[in-house]
Ligand binder design. Structure first.
Ligand SMILES: [Zn+2]
Length: 326
């Protein structure tokens, strides 16, 4: 474990220790609190003797995101007993259901725009964020696609956090750059050191204008006149620093033009010889596919990547979102 994370977990454990001791001083004190306190002390002891984060069974390292979620964890995922494994699987299924319920409808037609996305977690839960929010009053459509650092449960919790922050601020009528700066500040406060999210978001208006903000994410591809143009990031990832600027850019899309955004689970897919799929292949694949509707285009891209990496286990969440002017 990185020292900074361990220092953070140590202060968390010491804080919990105080709370447990305070709870024991009340008449409701019981043996389960005593047992917990013993476990907290044992974890602090492991920090002192340098065995914290090491599996008690195989002496391999315990998954960092599990330690962040619960610093009392002693075994790696491979060495849970049957009961612990079942409990963990049930928790994950529940978390996965919660996450899926946060996703927007797969097809959205609003304000002269057609949107479709595909969302494929590598595990049960995902660290990818995808949202589409039509504004009934103005006809504008807000869209966002992001990727939270790390994997597994910790990343999925942050993804949920990001979803909540955007949903609470998106109707505040803030200009896009200020909206993203505010989301970043709030996200920064809710993350631990070293966690961040890259993100592309935008507002598409009835007139065909799109205001786009790319915060440290992979380039967005614009399909125009049979060519693919790459729109690069102009801002830092969200949550890296409390203060950051997120310049947006304005585009004017004509009928039949599309914007394609995706997460690195697509472009970093590997083939059997560990070659990366890469940005260039994706841009080449998109080239000349302007005529495809969003659903057909997202499906074709995913099928292409899956074909490239056939026989290789998917190691990262894959999300792709296409927005097309009708
Ligand atoms: Zn183990």
């Amino acid at each position: 474990m990185e020292t900074i994370t361990e220092t953070y977990l140590q202060s968390k454990l010491e804080d919990r220790r105080k709370r447990l001791q305070a709870a024991m001083a009340t008449p409701a004190a019981n043996t389960s609190i005593e047992a917990l306190l013993t476990e907290v002390d044992a974890a602090l002891e492991r920090m002192r003797d340098g065995t914290f984060g090491i599996c008690g069974q195989c002496h391999d390292t315990v998954e960092a995101e599990r330690l962040i979620a619960d610093p009392l964890v002693r075994m790696c995922l491979d060495h849970l007993d049957e009961q612990q494994r079942r409990a963990l699987e049930q928790d994950l299924e529940l978390a996965s259901g919660v996450q899926r319920a946060l996703l927007p409808p797969h097809d959205i037609n609003a304000g002269g725009w057609k949107l479709h996305y595909c969302y494929e977690p590598a595990g049960i839960v995902s660290g990818d964020y995808c949202d589409v929010i039509p504004d009934g009053a103005s006809g504008d459509v807000f869209f966002a696609l992001g990727d939270v650092s790390g994997k597994g449960v910790a990343a999925s919790l942050l993804m949920t956090q990001l979803h909540g922050i955007f949903r609470s601020l998106v109707n505040s009528n803030l200009p896009l750059d200020q909206l993203v700066a505010r989301v970043s500040r709030l996200f920064c406060e809710s993350t631990t050191a070293g966690q961040y999210a890259t993100l592309v978001c935008g507002r598409a208006s009835v007139s065909g204008a799109v205001e786009l903000c790319n915060a440290g994410h992979l380039p967005v591809f614009l399909l125009r006149d049979g060519e693919v143009r790459s729109l690069e990031a102009k801002g830092m990832p969200l949550g890296m620093f409390g203060a950051g600027t997120y310049p947006s850019e304005r585009l004017q899309l004509k009928r039949g033009e599309s914007l394609v955004s995706y997460t690195d689970g697509l472009t970093e897919s590997l083939d059997g010889a560990s070659n990366e799929y890469g940005l260039r292949r994706l841009a080449q694949f998109l080239n000349g596919r302007d005529a495809l509707e969003p659903e057909a285009l997202t499906g074709a891209c995913l099928a292409e990547v899956k074909n490239f990496s056939r026989g290789v286990r998917q190691h990262d969440d894959r999300t792709i979102l296409v927005l097309r002017r009708n």
